[in-house]
Design a protein around this ligand. Structure first.
Ligand code: F0G
Length: 452
C-alpha cells in the first residue's frame, strides 16, 4: 500500500509510463492504466537544462565536486545530482558509492581479439556491486517519503546493498532470497547489516511474485530494480565512464543481463547525455546472458522483441539466474536505439572469462564475466571490429562468490555437471593451492619448476 499524499507537481522529475505515457504518482512502480513500468523524466530540462546549467558548466561542476569534503559531493552518484530526482540533502543516505575505476585489460583484449578493452568496475562500490549506485537514490527517496520499511527480492547483491543503505538510513529491511541459490558471502552481508532475511523455497522469480503481494498489503517500499529511482542512480556509472574518456564515447559498452535494469539505466544515461549535448553519438550497448538464463536472447531471436519468452533459469552465475526479467522492454529499447545486440554464453565460457579477468589482477564475480565471454563471440561474429574500443561493465567484486573461484581452481566447478567433459579447456587457467612440507628446499624447487 503506497503512502498517500506525495506531490508530484513540485519536483523537477516526474514518473511516466513507458507504455502509454501517462504520468504516475512518485512512489508507484507500474502504470495504473496499462501496468507497464514507469521511468523518470525531467520536463524542466526542455527549456533550461539540468540545474539551469550548460553541459560545459555541469562537466566542470561535477569534476570539482570530487575535491570537496561534503559527503554528497564525495559520492560518485550525488556529485551528479543535477541529473537525478530531487532529494533533500538531509535525507541522502550515502556510503560514498560510485567513483569506481576504469581499468585497461590488455591480456583480455588479446584473448578477445580487440585492441582497446576497458573495464568499468562497479564491483568496487562499498558493498561490492553496482547496486549501491541505485540503492543510494531509492533508499533516500524511501526515507524522504516517510517509509519505515524497505524490501527486495534478490539474487544476493541487491539485498546486500539494500541492507547496508537501510541500516545507514535508520530503515528496517526485509530480504527475500531463493533458498540455497545465492552465494554465502552475499547472504552474510544482509545478515551483517541487520536485515530480516528470508530464504524462500523457490527461485528469484518466485521471490518476486511473493514480494509483489506483500508490498500491496503492507506499507513497505519496494527496492527491486522496477523501482525507477534505482535506475536513476545506476545512470551515474555511464556519466562517470564518459567523464573518464573526456566525453568521447567508446564504440561498444557490454553489460551482463539479469533483470535488465542496469542495461536500461546505462542506455537511459547515454540517451540523456546526447539530449543534453554531452555527446554526439551513442555507443552500441550489448547485453550478454548466460545460456541457461537467456530470456532476452530468446525474446529477440524468437519473437523479434514482440513478447517476452520467460525461461526456467539455471546458471552458476547465480546473480543473473533470472527467467522473467521485469525491465525487458526498457533494455530492448536501449539495444535498438543504440544499435547494440544480445548474446548468450555457456557456463564454460563464463568460467574461462572470469579466470582471465582474475589473471589481470582485477577479478569479478561470475555474472560480470559474461561480458568478456560475450565480447569474444561478438568479435568472432564481426559485430565488434578489432579496432573498435570496448568497455565491459563489471558488476560485482571477486569476493562476492569465492566458492566459485575456489572450485574453479581446484577443478571441481564442473564435477558431475553435464559439460564436465568439455571443461578440460579450463586447465591452463587453473591454479589449485599446493600443499607442501614446511621446507625451504621444497618451496625453492617449486619456484624453479614454475619458472620453467
Ligand atoms: N551482475 C550482477 C553481479 C548482479 O548482481 C546482477 C543482478 C546483474 C549483473 C544483472 O543486472 O538485473 O540489472 O540486469 N542482480 C540482482 C540482485 C537481480 O538481486 O542482486 P540486472
Amino acid at each position: 500500500m503506497a503512502e498517500p499524499g506525495i506531490q508530484s507537481d513540485r519536483s523537477v522529475s516526474q514518473l511516466r509510463c513507458i507504455g502509454c505515457g501517462q504520468i504516475a504518482l512518485p512512489d508507484r512502480f507500474r502504470c495504473e492504466h496499462c501496468r507497464d513500468l514507469l521511468e523518470i523524466i525531467f520536463p524542466s530540462w526542455e527549456d533550461r537544462g539540468p540545474g539551469g546549467l550548460s553541459s560545459v558548466a555541469l562537466r566542470n561542476l561535477w569534476r570539482d565536486r570530487r575535491s570537496s569534503l561534503d559527503p554528497a559531493d564525495q559520492s560518485g552518484v550525488w556529485r551528479f545530482r543535477e541529473i537525478l530526482p530531487e532529494i533533500a540533502k538531509e535525507q541522502i543516505i550515502t556510503i560514498r558509492e560510485g567513483n569506481t575505476p576504469v581499468y585497461q585489460l590488455p591480456h583480455c583484449a588479446t584473448s578477445a581479439g580487440v585492441k582497446q578493452l576497458y573495464a568499468k568496475h562497479q564491483g568496487m562500490n562499498p558493498t561490492g556491486s553496482f547496486k549501491d549506485t541505485g540503492m543510494t537514490v531509492a533508499a533516500s527517496f524511501a526515507r524522504q517519503a516517510g517509509y519505515k520499511w524497505v524490501a527486495c527480492a534478490s539474487t544476493g547483491n541487491t539485498s546486500a546493498s539494500m541492507a547496508a543503505y537501510a541500516a545507514r538510513g535508520g530503515l528496517y529491511s526485509l530480504v527475500l532470497i531463493p533458498d540455497g541459490k545465492i552465494s554465502w558471502s552475499k547472504l552474510s552481508q544482509s545478515l551483517d547489516c541487520g536485515a530480516i532475511t528470508c530464504q524462500l523455497k523457490t527461485d528469484f522469480d518466485g521471490c518476486v511474485r511473493v514480494l509483489n503481494e506483500v508490498v500491496q498489503r503492507m506499507p513497505v517500499y519496494l527496492l527491486n530494480s522496477v523501482n525507477p529511482y534505482r535506475v536513476e542512480g545506476q545512470k551515474t556509472a555511464a556519466f562517470e565512464l564518459l567523464e573518464h574518456f573526456g566525453w568521447e564515447p567508446p564504440d561498444h559498452i557490454i553489460v551482463p543481463g539479469g533483470n535488465l535494469a542496469n542495461s536500461s539505466a546505462i542506455g537511459k544515461a547515454l540517451r540523456e547525455m546526447k539530449q543534453l549535448g554531452f555527446i554526439s553519438r551513442l555507443p552500441k550497448i550489448s547485453v550478454i546472458q548466460a545460456e541457461g538464463a537467456n530470456p532476452l536472447v530468446r525474446t529477440i531471436r524468437e519473437t523479434g522483441g514482440e513478447n517476452l519468452v520467460p525461461v526456467h533459469a539455471d546458471t552458476m552465475a547465480t546473480a543473473i539466474r533470472i527467467g522473467n526479467p521485469a525491465s525487458w522492454k526498457k533494455a530492448l529499447r536501449v539495444i535498438r536505439e543504440s544499435e547494440g545486440t544480445v548474446e548468450q554464453v555457456s557456463e564454460i565460457e563464463i568460467a574461462l572469462a572470469k579466470a582471465e579477468i582474475g589473471a589481470e589482477g582485477i577479478g569479478c564475480e561470475p555474472a560480470s564475466a559474461v561480458t568478456l565471454a560475450g565480447l569474444k563471440k561478438l568479435v568472432m561474429k564481426g559485430f565488434v571490429k578489432p579496432n573498435e574500443s570496448v568497455v565491459l561493465v563489471l558488476t560485482g567484486h571477486v569476493l562476492k562468490d569465492s566458492e566459485y573461484t575456489l572450485k574453479f581452481h581446484r577443478g571441481d566447478l564442473f564435477a558431475e555437471a553435464p559439460f564436465e567433459k568439455e571443461s578440460h579447456v579450463l586447465k591452463p587457467q587453473q591454479r589449485a593451492p599446493l600443499s607442501l612440507e614446511p621446507n625451504v628446499e621444497a618451496v625453492i624447487e617449486l619456484l624453479r619448476s614454475a619458472e620453467k
